[in-house]
Ligand binder design. Sequence first.
Ligand SMILES: Nc1ncnc2c1ncn2[C@@H]1O[C@H](COP(=O)(O)OP(=O)(O)O)[C@@H](O)[C@H]1O
Ligand SMILES: Cc1cn([C@H]2C[C@H](O)[C@@H](COP(=O)(O)OP(=O)(O)O)O2)c(=O)[nH]c1=O
Length: 204
Amino acid sequence: MNDAKFITFEGIDGAGKSTHLAFVADALRALGKQVVVTREPGGTALGESLRNLLLHEKMHLETEALLMFAARREHIAQVMAPALARGDWVISDRFTDASFAYQGGGRGLDRGKLNALEQWVHPHLQPDLTLLFDVPLDVARARLDATRTLDKFEQEKAGFFDATRTEYLRRAAEFPQRFRVIDSTQPIDAIQQQLRALIESMAG
Ligand SMILES: Nc1ncnc2c1ncn2[C@@H]1O[C@H](COP(=O)(O)OP(=O)(O)O)[C@@H](O)[C@H]1O
Ligand SMILES: Cc1cn([C@H]2C[C@H](O)[C@@H](COP(=O)(O)OP(=O)(O)O)O2)c(=O)[nH]c1=O
């Protein structure tokens, strides 16, 4: 039986997604699942080239949205769809909710255009579970400042992340059946306990 599931990790930069990705993958493997861990933008050779442009070059807002979806089209064709078809679990560090949150919320691109791109690129594919790591902006900012050199998105101002976070939370309310909002101000251990329980219930 193909019990493959598609799980996405979302949140503003510094919320803690990457910290928990490997944990969830390991927990699933311990339950006997084959797991593919991937990320967006990226996940394929072409997608990683597009990621490099997207994270470092200035471009028109619509170019940015189109390239995000171009990378996604390739990612679905080469990695996600084949993995799900053979029964693997797919865990992606970001997916289309990020386009709605960053290009839509953060940059103000019309949601209708994003809906059209989503309908074009993946009319039938949606995550089974989307983990939204939610933190106030000042917490995320302090975590980023402490740990890394900032890319194009991470250098955006508070207003951008405020709008990004608001759009993520709006989508979580719109699609409650697949979203789980994780209070990412909790200690890492507490979050992982919660994630373990979720994964165990999902993996049956
Ligand atoms: N719950 C947490 N409590 C304290 N620090 C955290 C927590 N989650 C993540 N961090 C730290 O914050 C930084 C950014 O986390 P990261 O997982 O890279 O965020 P993201 O992938 O969402 O941008 C890392 O140094 C990480 O160790
Ligand atoms: C997938 C996606 C990512 N992004 C942005 C969000 C992030 O700032 C950036 C890269 O994501 P991410 O992999 O989370 O960055 P990092 O490795 O630094 O944690 O791309 C969008 O703006 N739209 C999208 O559709």
